[in-house]
Design a protein around this ligand. Structure first.
Ligand SMILES: Nc1ncnc2c1ncn2[C@@H]1O[C@H](COP(=O)(O)OP(=O)(O)OP(=O)(O)O)[C@@H](O)[C@H]1O
Ligand SMILES: Nc1ccn([C@H]2C[C@H](O)[C@@H](COP(=O)(O)O)O2)c(=O)n1
Length: 388
């Protein structure tokens, strides 16, 4: 899911955008920083540099392993950036890079034309404003020098290509007299929530008793309230899906083998399962999962594809990472410990621990093959399991 934040200089796009991204577990990109980088290093081919991992643009810009945000923040660079941002070829280059990096991820992206030109299909669009005097004061405090914000506004608003303006469907927030926290809270409050369904009802009703019964402890969490995610849990018991559902704050779509239809019948659909024929390219299931991700849902895929009760993770199927490699969604590896070798006698003495590991985004695995990706994720999960 892309959350676009546009606005004029000093309206708080970067500060509030970063805060929002942190609060909801998304990544953040400042397109203004990219224009500033281009002003600083005009000869660098941005896309090539990103593909070679020389340039990192998420959160703060890193060039050849070094953070350069302070240098980019200089008023002289900002002013030069505003000038080169008038050039069609520079804008195309920056836009291509933004689309390439963000594809299939959950991002908050700030700029001037993010909701209007770069991501017109963004899930949510904000346009931040503040009075000119307030913005000038903020920028002057930031850079420690007098700033001619009116001149910059003129250039950004009146230019022919992609002028800074609110998209027709943007949510406009004037934060002249708001704190940063208030702006972030207002933005989060305007994000679209999932519709209430039967699984969500079960989570409300059965979540607390299941958490109590299995003494579930979330040892590492991740806010999964918005956006598209693929969760890849290890699979030691039929109960791990129940424990996972009990701690999620949203409905998830579980990918299950088609054979389960015979046992569970229509209950599978009620519980949001997507059935898949194993060991074949099941195009119907792939299409269904792709549609769910496009609708910004959570999909759960067990990479081992069957239960390994002793806690030693079985071989990972590469297919579980197909959607990551195809740049359709980030993967959150989930490690569940405490449900191994479950028996009637030990059922009531469980202490289940769940860790949601840091997400792996499509851009992180760019250029890797499916089996390298599954090896990488498995290593992360095995290490986490052993340390829990
Ligand atoms: N309500 C608010 N929301 C966001 N930022 C605020 C708010 N109030 C004050 N600020 C301050 O405004 C300053 C400017 O914010 P920021 O750099 O995020 O703006 P920007 O829109 O990204 O500017 P530019 O386009 O020039 O990079 C920061 O120091 C920030 O702390
Ligand atoms: N999407 C964008 C982002 C930035 N610019 C230009 C306009 C600004 O003057 C300059 C620097 O941006 P800042 O860091 O101040 O946000 O880059 C643009 O044209 N389009």
């Amino acid at each position: 899911m892309i959350i676009a934040i546009d606005g004029l200089a000093g309206s708080g796009k970067t500060t509030a955008g970063k805060g929002l991204a942190k609060a909801i577990g998304f990544r953040f990109i400042s397109s203004g920083q990219l224009y500033r980088f281009k002003a600083l290093e005009p000869d660098v081919d941005l896309l090539e540099a990103i593909k070679e991992h020389k340039l990192k643009i998420e959160w703060d810009i890193e060039w050849e392993g070094k953070g350069i945000s302070a240098e980019l923040q200089r008023e002289e660079i900002g002013s030069r950036a505003s000038e080169i941002a008038l050039l069609r070829e520079v804008r195309d280059e920056v836009n291509n890079v933004l689309r390439f990096v963000a594809e299939g991820g959950n991002y908050v992206i700030e700029g001037r034309d993010i909701g209007t030109v770069v991501f017109p299909e963004a899930g949510v669009k904000f346009f931040l404003t503040a009075e000119e005097g307030v913005r000038a004061r903020r920028r002057a405090e930031q850079v420690g020098e007098e700033v001619n914000i009116a001149e910059r506004d003129e250039r950004d608003k009146k230019r022919e290509i992609a002028p800074a303006k609110a998209a027709e469907d943007a949510i406009i927030i004037d934060n002249s007299y708001q704190s940063v926290e208030e702006t972030i809270k207002e933005m989060e409050g305007r994000l679209p929530k999932d519709e209430f369904d039967f699984q969500r009802f079960l989570q409300y009703v059965l979540g607390p008793p299941v958490r109590g019964l299995f003494r579930i402890e979330v040892v590492k969490s991740h806010p999964l309230k918005y956006g598209r995610w693929i969760l890849t849990p290890n699979h030691t018991s039929a109960w791990d899906g129940v424990c996972l559902a009990a701690v999620l704050q949203r409905s998830a779509y579980y990918v299950a083998k088609v054979e389960l239809r015979r046992i569970l019948g229509p209950l599978l659909s009620i519980l949001n399962a997507v059935t898949i024929v194993r060991d074949t390219p099941d195009l119907k299931a792939i299409k269904a999962i792709r549609a769910l991700l496009t609708k910004e849902k959570i999909v759960v895929i067990y990479p081992e594809s069957k239960i390994f009760t002793d806690g030693i993770m079985g071989p990972f199927k590469e297919g579980a990472f197909y959607f990551l490699r195809k740049r359709m969604a980030p993967v959150v590896p989930v490690v569940i410990k405490g449900l191994e070798r479950i028996t009637v006698n030990t059922f009531f003495t469980r202490h289940v621990r769940i860790a949601f590991l840091d997400p792996v985004y499509p851009i992180d695995v760019f250029g890797l093959r499916e089996n390298d990706i599954s090896d990488k994720v498995k290593k992360l999960m095995v290490n986490a399991y052993e340390s829990m």
